[in-house]
Design a protein around this ligand. Structure first.
Ligand SMILES: [Zn+2]
Length: 130
């Protein structure tokens, strides 16, 4: 048991860098949880649309409520992506001039090309949202 205590003491002494890594890991975990919530919300949405269709019910309140929920979840995913970038920016290449830049910059420092690491399109959702 004293061995375990020793490990715990060492763990509390972690460097700032590894604290950052823990932060990123937490954020990524939260993001994947939210992504699965988004997926189940889409399923729920599909079911709700079908129920409305079967009941010949044109009142779309239930559908709108689910859409609003998905919108909020997606906004949170964007926030998390931004937080991850802020904590641990990756080194990347400018798509225009291939200069080395950090992933959290908005513009390339060399050529001024607009850098927008847009992860929002990763689910291949069609342009229903504005
Ligand atoms: Zn550039």
């Amino acid at each position: 048991m004293s061995f375990l205590k020793k490990i715990t003491e060492q763990v509390t002494d972690i460097s700032k860098k590894s604290q950052e890594m823990v932060g990123v890991t937490k954020l990524k975990l939260e993001r994947s949880q939210i992504e699965s919530q988004v997926n189940s919300s889409f399923k729920e949405l599909g079911e709700q649309v079908f129920i409305s269709y079967c009941n010949n019910n044109t009142d779309g309140d239930a559908v709108i409520i689910i859409c609003e929920k998905i919108k909020k979840l997606k906004a949170r995913i964007e926030e998390i992506n931004q937080e991850i970038e802020n904590i641990a920016p990756r080194e990347t290449l400018c798509p225009n001039c291939e200069a080395k830049i950090m992933s959290n910059v908005h513009f390339c420092s060399k050529c001024g090309h607009k850098i927008k690491d847009d992860n929002a399109s990763q689910e291949g959702v069609s342009g229903a949202e504005k």
